[in-house]
Design a protein around this ligand. Structure first.
Ligand code: EPU
Length: 345
């Protein structure tokens, strides 16, 4: 059988420390960089690596690497940004999965297509955004999602998925479950509603509006506010390794919440439309005294207890040990099991 000259290069024993935002040491036995759908097909068709298990890596901002990776690491480097259409009621914009998310948000504003400003400064790539349905300050990716293009790692076929097919949930999607390691997202298309309306419900944004005296900010102003708020309490992965929020905010029944309030009246909680209640995981962890604490070289960020950080040279195992200790003390005091947000490998 003749085999086409492969345009993709499989690299051996690639250190991943620089490729994950936690800065954890791990080595990929095999790593391949893909710049488009055709490259992914070449990986699928490869006689040796085609059938091997795959681990898809974007910006590495939502993974905890606890060991070397035996699976073939597919590093997504699909680039390009464009305005697809200007419809009467929306701008349709698209970006390659390898583009940096924040740079893409800033680019859409420069193009006069607002609507993503509340998601400014979220680390990671465009392709990773749908995987965990990124969200911040009252907006989630799913609220602006149109569709995405990916390549099936078994058949090599290019597929298009709409929102229902992605099964978006709170920091969740089909790509964390059935399609994990099975479909490589290559391009993401977003739908930004016209006319633009700011999303200002969040307390911290209302505070900015009061402080500045700007009651009706434009999109650029909201972008600047979000950047300032995030810089104040979230560490920049370039200087301190981290993966954003380490735990999801747990949801409990109204009854369970009443019981906890009885014992801890201060608890920060948000009632949800279905009668259940979301609790602030950061508050629970803080209440257990974890802020600023360390286990080995892994620690809890001083300004936000929901963020675990690498204090320098930490291993993935140290991060997981710290996470378990936090889960145990939160369970011991509140009876609530915290669920990690990043993918732990
Ligand atoms: N809190 C404390 N102590 C702490 C941290 C928080 O008491 O150490 C309290 C705060 O005072 C506040 C409440 O907990 O009343 C909630 O904290 P915050 O507003 O900072 O938001 P969050 O629930 O910690 C979530 C997302 C963030 C997102 C922000 C803003 C999750 C797991 N995290 O954080 O997302 O940026 O809201 O919308 O849903 C991420 O996913 O990586 C991420 C950073």
């Amino acid at each position: 059988m003749s085999y086409p000259v492969a345009a993709v290069r499989f690299e051996s024993r690639v250190p991943l420390r620089e490729l994950n935002s936690f800065g954890l040491p791990a080595v990929a036995r095999t790593l391949v960089r893909v710049a488009g759908e055709a490259d992914v097909r070449r990986v699928v068709d490869h006689p040796e690596h085609g059938r091997a298990e795959k681990f898809i890596l974007g910006g590495g901002s939502n993974v905890v690497l606890t060991h070397d990776v035996p699976a073939v690491v597919v590093k997504v480097e699909v680039m390009g940004r464009r305005i697809v259409a200007e419809e009467a009621d929306a701008w349709i914009v698209e970006a390659g999965a390898g583009e940096n998310w924040h740079d893409f948000v800033a680019w859409t504003l420069d193009q006069g297509c607002p609507g993503l400003e509340n998601l400014a400064l979220i680390p990671g790539t465009v392709g990773a955004a749908p995987v965990q349905n990124i969200g911040a300050y009252g907006l989630e990716l799913k609220d602006r999602f149109d569709s995405l293009v990916g390549v099936d790692l078994v058949t090599g076929r290019t597929v298009t998925l709409d929102a229902p097919m992605c099964r978006f949930g709170y920091r969740d999607s089909v790509f964390k479950h059935e399609l994990a390691g099975k479909t490589v997202i290559t391009r993401v298309r977003l739908r930004l509603p016209r006319p633009w309306q700011p999303v200002l419900g969040y307390l911290e944004l209302e505070r900015k509006a009061t402080e500045t005296g700007i009651a009706r900010p434009d999109a650029r102003t909201v972008f600047d506010w979000i950047c300032a708020i995030r810089r104040q309490k979230l560490p920049d992965p370039k200087s301190i390794g981290n993966a954003g929020s380490f735990f999801k905010n747990p949801v409990v029944s109204a009854e369970q919440c009443r019981d906890i309030i009885g014992r801890d009246p201060e608890i920060v909680h948000y009632p949800l439309p279905d009668g259940s209640v979301k609790l602030a995981a950061g508050w629970l962890i803080d209440a257990c005294g974890w802020k600023g604490k360390s286990v080995g070289r892994a620690g809890v960020y001083e300004k936000q207890a929901l963020v675990l950080v690498n204090r320098g040279g930490a291993s993935g195992a140290e991060v997981v040990t710290l996470a378990r200790a936090i889960q145990e003390s939160v369970y011991g005091r509140f009876g609530i099991r915290l669920e990690p947000e990043p993918v732990i490998l």
